[in-house]
Each structure stands twice: as structure tokens, then as C-alpha cells.
Design a protein around this ligand. Structure first.
Ligand code: 5GP
Length: 176
């Protein structure tokens, strides 16, 4: 069986500091508040929980679950939503909260879908911008950290449903 070693990338204090800064950026851009934050499950759940508490202003929170897809499906413009939001977003300022942006395919498709509901605006907050394999441009309005490549776990991010509970973000390294 393949063995993996974890190398710490961002410790809990560094993440907490950065999440507070992101909340400050959001509050500065939206002094009127009244936001709808939509988290992409499952990976965003820890980031969302910390972000809304750092935001410290009234907002609505919902989650969406998007199933993994084959690239053939994406090129046809389809996205399979396995659990949709229930909060109405028409006329609202929406922030999509995601754990990590990789190819950008999921978010670019999902934002297009949200825009059909006529929100006042749609922005994106991602904890990690993984830049090296981007296929679709994604406008990241709030970016926690940037990495070029690698597979990361912890702080909500999993590998085969493991490691989500870890309070820090680690790079998984194959030791074989
Ligand atoms: P994209 O459509 O941008 O390629 O897919 C982004 C999704 O792929 C993320 O929300 C996450 O679920 C998954 N993903 C991409 N890179 C990583 C990574 O390094 N670690 C983990 N745990 N998930 C990743």
C-alpha cells in the first residue's frame, strides 16, 4: 500500500490570521452586509465556519454539493448538483466559499449557474489558489493562500475522506 507523509504548509495560527484578514476584506467591500455565503461541500465546511465568525456581521449561509465529473461532461457545460442551496439569491450579494481552486472547472461552471438566478453580484472566496493546473479562468476576489502544485489535506480538505479534521493544511507526499 502506498504510504504518505504529511508536510505542514500552513499552521492553524497562520490560517486563523489569514481568515481574519479575508473577513476584513469582505467587510470593507460590503459595509452594508446582507450577504449570502454559499459553501461548496464538503471541503469548505471548516473555512466557512471560521470565515463567518470572523466576519461578525449578519449573513445567510447555505451549502451546495457538486458531484465530481468527467471532463467530457464539463465541456458540454453541465454540472451535477447533488444537493442544492435553498436560500433565494435573487438581488443578493453572493460569495461562493471554496476550499481550493485547481483547474477552475467546478467554480467557473457553478458561478455561471448562479448568475442565472439574478443575484446582485457573485464573488469567490477560496482558501487556497492552486495555480499550476488552471484550465478555466476564475476571478478569485478573496484568496487565502497560493500554491503552485501538490495535493493538500487538512482544514476541511480530504484525501479519500481522511484528514478533514486536521486544524492545519498539509502537503501529502508519496513516500514510495
Ligand atoms: P477544480 O474544478 O478547480 O479542478 O476542482 C476543485 C476541487 O477539487 C476542490 O474543491 C477540491 O474538492 C478538489 N481538489 C483539488 N485540488 C485538491 C487538493 O490539493 N487537495 C484536496 N483535498 N482536494 C483538491
Amino acid at each position: 500500500m502506498t504510504d504518505y507523509r504529511k508536510r505542514i504548509l500552513f499552521d492553524a495560527e497562520t490560517i486563523a490570521r489569514r481568515v481574519k484578514e479575508l473577513a476584513g476584506e469582505i467587510a470593507a467591500k460590503h459595509p452594508e452586509g446582507d450577504l449570502v455565503l454559499i459553501g461548496i461541500l464538503k471541503g469548505s465546511f471548516v473555512f466557512m465556519a471560521d470565515l463567518v465568525r470572523a466576519l461578525d456581521s449578519p449573513c445567510q449561509i447555505d451549502f451546495v454539493r457538486i458531484s465530481s465529473y468527467k471532463s467530457a461532461t464539463v465541456s458540454s457545460g453541465e454540472l451535477e448538483i447533488t444537493m442544492d442551496i435553498s436560500v433565494p439569491i435573487g438581488g443578493k450579494h453572493v460569495i461562493v466559499v471554496d476550499d481550493i481552486v485547481d483547474t477552475g472547472l467546478t467554480l467557473s461552471q457553478y458561478v455561471k449557474r448562479l448568475e442565472k438566478e439574478s443575484p446582485a453580484s457573485v464573488e469567490i472566496a477560496a482558501l487556497i489558489d492552486k495555480t499550476g493546473r488552471r484550465e478555466q479562468y476564475v476571478k478569485l476576489d478573496y484568496r487565502g493562500f497560493s500554491i503552485e502544485k501538490g495535493f493538500v489535506v487538512g482544514y476541511g480538505l480530504d484525501w479519500d475522506e481522511r484528514f478533514r479534521y486536521l486544524p492545519a493544511v498539509y502537503a501529502l507526499e508519496d513516500t514510495e
